[in-house]
Design a protein around this ligand. Structure first.
Ligand code: PLA
Length: 430
């Protein structure tokens, strides 16, 4: 009996041994990644995933900042269609240079620095085409850590969630500065200025050039002037993330005011630009990183290093979107069509702000919704709590980020009433 048991045990352990032997290398292959834990869901793009998985016909996505027309459909701008028609015959499939399309970059710099910028004329700007705004921020963060190791970045509270990921992955330590005042639902100007003052001389600051994400709250022109003066006194470096040029006022030149003020004051700044939103080129990944240098020689050197950072990461940026942008901006007629279309997008959002606020007021909401129309750009920082957002999703199939940010670009005549009613239901007892 004991022998039999031993035999069974032995054959069982032989079987286990055989199974655990790395036949065809299977076991060792499957164990390579056993320590990998699932990544947390992205707070913005995770919302889109959940929205897509919801079969409800009532569902509404006001999560990601992607513009929709009044029928809730994604938009291809007429200027983009025309540019595509013009470049269609060329079938150009070559690599772009490491720094991207020179023509696209030239046109893009004019939007940020001004058509007649002396810095462009003097060739003082090191600039490369980037993988949209995210790529521009990441390239800058990598540049910062390579050539200013040990430096930190000051990031506003709150900010676009991916800013934290970008500078974290580039190994740049992060500090925060005050920006938003929850009670006034406006700018915490005093907190901001105190933090700028108290930061060590020569610190790096990330600033949203316009249409701050997620709050929709921007400093006034006068406040920008004061911020710029204080940056000067403290010798801080300003890095502007300009992902929404045109979406704040409807006019790209006006939205670059913050940058122009810093330029007038003689700052050497960095800028991230993106065509995702203002040209609707989300998936084309077209953007630009620029760094204003002391002189042409330094700009050439800095550009060579930016290219050197790009080369082992993605070698060179994509071509098609860059061709669309340079075709539009290089042709006065197409450019003015683009400016008209940017204004149409911005105005539709402004109109929806008014309708959303009025609808909530008509429903007899006991809360103030003044901030819905006061804030600007693509987002409304509604003040909804994470629990209220969860209720909107579970009871009404309305999807938004848990910080209460509503992408106004997803609000339409067709869904604004439904949205207002749901917001009223989850907030009326608070
Ligand atoms: N900077 C800010 C402040 C942004 O809000 C976004 C996009 C980007 C940069 C990057 O955009 P790009 O790389 O596509 O040019 N923010 C979106 C999308 C619209 C996202 O999270 O990626 C948002 O919903 O917040």
């Amino acid at each position: 009996m004991a022998m039999m048991a031993r035999t069974i045990r032995n054959s069982a352990s032989r079987r286990t041994m055989m199974m655990s032997r790395p036949i065809f290398g299977l076991r060792s292959m499957s164990s390579w990644w056993k320590n990998v834990e699932p990544a947390p869901k992205d707070p913005i793009l995770g919302v889109t995933e959940a929205f897509l998985a919801d079969p409800s016909p009532d569902k509404v996505n006001v999560g990601v900042g992607a513009y929709r027309d009044d029928n809730g459909k994604p938009v291809v701008l007429d200027c983009v269609r025309e540019a595509e028609r013009r470049i269609a015959g060329t079938s150009f499939m070559e690599y772009l240079p490491m720094g991207g399309s020179v023509k696209m970059v030239e046109e893009t710099l004019k939007l940020a620095y001004g058509d007649n910028s002396e810095f462009i004329k003097d060739k003082r700007i090191a600039a490369v085409q980037s993988l949209s705004g995210t790529g521009a921020c990441r390239l800058f963060a990598d540049f910062q850590t390579r050539f200013n190791p040990g430096s930190q970045i000051y990031i506003p509270v709150p900010t676009w969630s991916n800013h934290h990921n970008i500078w974290r992955d580039a190994q740049v330590p992060q500090k925060t500065y005050h920006y938003y005042h929850p009670e006034t639902k406006g700018l915490d100007f005093k907190g901001l200025m105190d933090d700028v003052k108290n930061a060590p001389e020569g610190s790096f600051f990330l600033l949203h050039a316009c249409a701050h994400n997620p709050t929709g709250v921007d400093p006034t022109e006068e406040q920008w002037r004061e911020i710029s003066q204080l940056f000067k006194a403290k010798n801080h470096f300003a890095f502007f993330d300009m992902a929404y040029q045109g979406f704040a006022s409807g006019d790209p030149a006006r939205d670059a005011k913050s940058i122009r003020i810093f330029l007038e004051d003689g700052h050497h700044i960095g800028i991230s630009q993106s065509y995702a939103k203002n040209m609707g080129l989300y998936g084309q990944r077209v953007g630009c990183l620029s760094v204003l240098c002391e002189n042409e020689k330094q700009a050439v050197t800095v550009k060579s290093q930016l290219q050197q950072l790009a080369r082992p990461m993605y070698s060179n940026p994509p071509l098609h979107g860059a061709q669309i942008v340079s075709t539009i901006l290089g042709d006065p007629e197409l450019k003015s069509l683009w400016l008209k279309e940017v204004k149409i997008m911005a105005d539709r959002i402004i109109g929806m702000r008014t309708t959303l606020r009025e609808s909530l007021e008509k429903l007899g909401s006991p809360l103030s919704w003044e901030h819905v129309t006061k804030q600007i750009g693509m987002f409304c920082y509604s003040g909804l709590t994470p629990e209220q957002v969860d209720r909107l999703t579970s009871e009404y199939h309305i999807y938004m980020t848990r910080n209460g940010r509503i992408s106004m670009a997803g609000v339409t005549t067709g869904n604004v009433g439904y949205l207002a009613n749901a917001i009223h239901e989850v907030t009326k007892s608070s």
